[in-house]
Ligand binder design. Structure first.
Ligand code: GLU
Length: 275
């Protein structure tokens, strides 16, 4: 793991499509925070979801960032090249008896959790006999690995620094979150915390939709003894109807604006970052 010296920020897009204005705002805020402080700005490609991510979007992301006037330090970290590191962390958590295998299908979870997809996992597999679970794994049954949230949080008071203000946080309402998915041997929560540590990130800037799950990230950092970065979540761009740009069909891609003849400066302004 790299020691952090000075401020280090990052932009961590998933290559599921071209960058849009919302991404531009996120990248510009992180880049500017680093550059204004004489720090480092890093780029990371979050592509563990091998079914949704497409390799060809990664160079397109780099090209769009460069066109916007954003430069980054050091090599780009590509998550799919680091599965061995994620596996080692899962082993460490398993060694602390903090993970259990979950064989449930989405349909089974939906049927057992009447409160909808955001409800915590109903813990069906939590109390499986460990030998029976081991037999199912040995037989090749697809399974995820979930965090024992109650064990993991026992006796821990968690908090984080958001825009310089310390606030308490509690990951318990998320329940036994998945740290290794059935379809890919890692998860967003695991990778983002490991990578921020591995890259020496000291200030996490990202959209405010991720503010609540910061509690999960702080728990993982605490469990693993990893350093705590500061956080600065930012507003999300919305359209005239108030809908999040990222979710909207056909949010304007940077390259479409560029092909339409807009300058980098005017795209930066449209993203809400006047020069
Ligand atoms: N890869 C995530 C996204 O594209 C960002 C994760 C983060 O910044 O923590 O939404």
């Amino acid at each position: 793991m790299m020691a952090a010296t000075g401020i280090v920020t990052r932009f961590a897009p998933s290559p599921t499509g071209y960058l849009h204005l919302g991404h531009a705002l996120s990248a510009l805020l992180a880049w500017r925070a680093a550059r204004e402080a004489g720090g480092r700005f890093l780029l990371r490609i979050e592509d563990i979801d091998l079914a949704r991510c497409r390799r060809e979007f990664a160079p397109a992301i780099e090209e769009d960032l460069a066109w916007l006037g954003i430069d980054w330090d050091g090599p780009v970290r590509v998550q799919s090249e680091h599965f061995a590191e994620y596996a080692a962390t899962l082993d460490a958590l398993r060694g602390q008896r903090l993970l259990y295998p979950c064989f449930c299908t989405r349909a089974e979870i939906a049927a057992a959790a009447p409160h909808g997809p955001e409800a915590p996992y109903p813990a069906t597999c939590k109390h499986l006999d460990p030998h029976a679970a081991a037999d199912r794994i040995a037989a090749g049954t697809a399974h995820a690995w979930r965090l024992h949230m109650d064990r993991a949080t026992a006796g821990r008071a968690l908090s984080f620094c958001e825009h310089g203000q310390r606030r308490a946080c509690d990951p318990m309402p998320f329940g036994d979150v998945v740290l290794a998915r059935k379809d890919t041997p890692a998860s967003y929560h695991l990778c983002v915390t490991l990578d921020d540590t591995a890259q020496g990130v000291t200030l996490v800037t990202r959209g405010e939709d991720l503010l609540p799950v910061t509690a999960i990230h702080r728990l993982l950092q605490d469990l693993m003894g990893w350093p705590e970065p500061a956080y600065a979540h930012h507003r999300l761009l919305v359209d005239a109807g108030g809908q999040r740009l990222a979710k909207r069909e056909g949010a304007p891609a940077i390259r479409a604006l560029r092909e339409a003849g807009l300058s980098p400066k005017s795209v930066r302004t449209r993203a809400g970052m006047p020069d």
